[in-house]
Ligand binder design. Structure first.
Ligand SMILES: [Zn+2]
Length: 306
């Protein structure tokens, strides 16, 4: 994802005031298995960088093909060729795991599964290296897979869609905006049949140690009631210390692609400089933890059991 200028101060202050509320309920029973989800993260990192057009990407796609089959009630795969600004054709795939595909009331969770070809972030020591993507890529996928496991054990009452998008991080966000967020844009133009989600949550970089999630600017502008819902869920899950009720960065990320077609989508993201390894060669397995996945996963499950 890419950084945008922050919200005007007055707007931030008024939003902040509205979101500070107390919660004195005990946390619900824990359904999400953070340690189990962490093994999904390790598996992805072991493939090497998952850059479209590379062997790591092909191995990751093959793993998703087999891992996602039978996870939900249906699996929908979108497969297409994307021609880049340089004229290369990338073979890309989105995966949609659906629970209760006929349900009118549904929630969409998404994450990207590809990783960035160049470590060109502000904290990078070498921009010619690829990003390993332990957090930026693998963590969101691990969270969705952990959620799928919990829903397999106890099926949800409402409809739930888990979307794994490709090509989020391929190109230059400024010079070649058609070469980023590719999978979420494709999905937005090819929505699955049936009812559209009441809301959507993008889980991006949710595995970093010392996880701190501020409220993202385009989420506050585009779907403030969803931000409110998710941060209330975080307090209910006992993770009000991780989900900080104040505005942080403003980002161009996959949630914006969905907002553009009318879906109430927000971004849950631990960003630079709070996660200093963003778009660096050091976004590696030692920078992420099962505890962080646990916190984000607990919040995800609270939302789905509402
Ligand atoms: Zn990224």
């Amino acid at each position: 994802m890419h950084l945008r200028p922050v919200l005007p101060f007055l707007l931030r202050a008024s939003l902040l005031a509205g979101f500070i509320t107390a919660c004195d309920h005990a946390p619900p029973p824990r359904e999400f298995n953070g340690a189990g989800a962490f093994t999904y993260l390790q598996t992805q990192v072991a493939f090497g960088p998952r850059i479209p057009g590379t062997e790591g990407h092909r191995r990751m796609a093959a793993w998703l093909d087999s891992t996602l089959a039978g996870r939900g009630d249906t699996l929908l795969v979108q497969s297409w060729g994307h021609v880049t600004a340089r004229g290369d054709t990338l073979q890309l795939r989105n995966y949609l795991v659906r629970f209760n595909p006929g349900a009118e009331e549904r929630v969409l969770f998404l994450a990207h599964w590809d990783t960035r070809p160049r470590a060109d972030g502000p904290g990078s020591r070498d921009s010619t290296l690829p990003v390993p993507g332990a957090n930026d890529g693998a963590s969101g996928v691990a969270l969705l897979l952990g959620v799928a496991d919990a829903l397999k054990r106890v099926p949800p009452k409402a409809g739930v869609d888990l979307l794994f998008v490709d090509g989020e991080d391929y190109g230059d966000f400024v010079k070649h905006p058609d070469d980023v967020l590719i999978g979420s844009k494709y999905f937005a133009q090819h929505l699955p049949p049936g009812a559209q989600p009441l809301y959507a949550v993008l889980w991006d970089m949710v595995g970093g140690k010392n996880l701190k999630i501020f409220q993202e600017g385009n989420s506050l502008l585009g779907a403030p009631e969803v931000v409110d819902l998710v941060w209330k869920g975080a307090r209910q899950a006992g993770h009000g210390d991780v989900f900080v009720s104040s505005p942080g960065y403003t980002l161009i990320d996959d949630h914006v692609s969905l907002q553009k077609v009318g879906i109430r989508a927000i971004d849950v993201v631990h960003f630079y400089p709070d996660y200093p390894y963003w778009h660096t060669p050091d976004d590696t397995i030692d920078k992420v933890s099962a505890e962080s996945l646990q916190a984000a996963g607990d919040v995800a499950m609270v939302l789905l059991r509402k």
